[in-house]
Ligand binder design. Structure first.
Ligand SMILES: Cc1ncc(COP(=O)(O)O)c(C=O)c1O
Length: 450
């Protein structure tokens, strides 16, 4: 491991190559090595790197102003981006609150939900139900509704425990995800949990419509999303969609919720919303929630950098580029082809136990045995090791542990939405050689474990 000292620290001591430049789907380090960004960073750079139209829009805004505090000024950029965002969201979701990232967006949604309950005289409601595993952010509020043991457990004493229901991992439970009965089986766990907790105490259900980091592009079984929405309505529980990863086109619709025509109360976005050009996110709430809160004295929440004009100008230009190049359509088309290629690799590599995803949010999961779904021995740290092998070959992919963060390994392949078939060929080729190397490397350990 390269452990040169640095004043910076993030997760650990490991150092990475220094980034020099990035264009389209490629990135180069200062030694001239080229990488294909097969995960758009952390599913962020959806429109590709260094898009000239976005950079121009940012330069134009920079010439005018880069900061205007939201309590002192309105800005044209934030007004325009809010209007554009509202127009792209389901009917009624037309009040937009800007933030600088996904965790902030989730925190904002939780606090708006609570203030809404107070404003309409339902102060007994405060519990937020979410799923296990799931990822909603790293700040303590968002972490309390996250379920991923290595990230959550150390902080449990500092957080308010929140109820969880199992994520609908039909493939692990041996159920057919194409059957509505399967979707209803998992959705009904929400109803059971609401009844167990006491309906009057439950404020909201927060869900990633297509699972992200913790479940690896988990597509819910047929009927699940419609049913959880119905259950939320039945008990007056707010239905909050965390589209931080899925939003802004990645799954082949602008919002993943469009795959099921959902009508959420709140949607949160970040990542692809500004595609990595600036830190930006949005909480978009139904006017029905916002009006009572404003009538009751206002939303007691806000971040200094919220609605920053430079960030909003970049965000607006990103959405314009998504529309101009029909990147949502391209994500749908290329996503299908990418999944076909991943399924092709699954036929050749026995350690791939599942391939899944929607649009350009795709993943494959390693297993020691496809029949029993047994994960690879956890000591192999396949999620880490495979990513490193691919990285060395010039392909960036993203990985996490599938089974509550403790074992199981999935690799997310989510290139920028500008990918072409030629890029997919390149990704497939690099995955192929990486899988061959990884399989050889772990064979002795697997043989010993048998
Ligand atoms: C679904 C989801 N919600 C929230 C977050 C938190 O976003 P951020 O890392 O920008 O705070 C993430 C980040 O991965 C995410 O995938």
């Amino acid at each position: 491991m390269n452990v040169k000292p640095s004043h910076l620290f993030y997760q650990g001591r490991e150092r990475k190559p220094v980034l020099d430049q990035a264009r389209g789907v490629y990135m180069w380090d200062v030694d001239g090595k080229r990488y294909l960004d097969g995960s758009s960073g952390a599913m962020v750079c959806n429109i590709g790197h260094s898009n000239e139209n976005v950079l121009d829009a940012m330069r134009r805004q920079m010439e005018k102003s880069t900061f205007g505090y939201r309590l002192h000024f309105e800005t044209e950029a934030s007004e325009k981006l809010a209007a554009k965002t509202a127009a792209l969201c389901p009917e009624g979701l037309n009040r937009v609150f800007f933030v600088s990232g996904g965790s902030e967006a989730v925190e904002s949604a939780l606090k708006l939900a609570r203030q809404y309950a107070l404003a309409i005289g339902e102060g007994s409601r405060w519990k937020i139900i979410s799923r296990a595993p799931c990822y909603h952010g790293c700040t303590l509020g968002a972490l309390a509704i996250t379920s991923y043991a290595p990230l959550t457990d150390p902080f449990l004493p500092m957080m308010q425990a929140m109820p969880k229901i199992p994520a609908p991992r039909a493939y692990l439970d041996g159920l057919d995800a194409d059957l509505e009965a399967t979707g209803h089986h998992y959705a009904d766990m929400l109803e059971a949990k609401i009844l167990e907790e006491g309906p009057d105490s439950v404020l909201a259900f927060v869900v990633e419509p297509i699972g992200g980091a913790s479940t690896g592009a988990l597509v819910p079984p047929r009927g699940y999303m419609e049913r959880v929405q119905e259950i939320c309505r039945k008990y007056g529980v707010l239905f909050i969609l965390d589209e931080v990863m899925t939003g802004a086109g990645r799954t082949g619709k602008f919002l993943a919720s469009e795959h099921w025509n959902l009508a959420p109360d709140i949607v949160v976005m970040s990542k692809g919303f500004a595609a990595g050009y600036v830190p930006l996110g949005a909480m978009v709430a139904h006017e029905r929630l916002v009006e009572p809160v404003l009538d009751a004295g206002g939303f007691l929440h806000g971040f200094t950098y919220a609605g920053n004009p430079l960030a909003c100008a970049a965000g607006l230009a990103v959405i314009d580029e998504i529309e101009r190049m029909d990147l949502v359509g391209n994500a749908a088309r290329m996503g299908e082809r990418l999944q076909e290629r991943l399924r092709g690799l699954m036929q050749r590599y026995a350690i791939i136990g599942d391939v899944r995803g929607k649009g350009l949010l795709t993943a494959f999961e390693f297993m020691a045995d496809r029949g029993t779904k047994a994960p690879l021995p956890k000591g192999l740290r396949a999620f880490d090791r495979f990513v490193q092998i691919a990285y060395d070959k010039g392909l960036i992919v993203y990985s996490r542990r599938t089974r509550d963060g403790i074992e199981g390994d999935h690799i997310i392949v989510a290139p920028p939405m500008i990918v072409t078939e030629t890029h997919l060929d390149e990704i497939t080729e690099m995955l192929d050689v990486s899988l061959a190397e990884f399989t050889d490397e772990i064979r002795p350990a697997l043989d010993r474990a048998m």
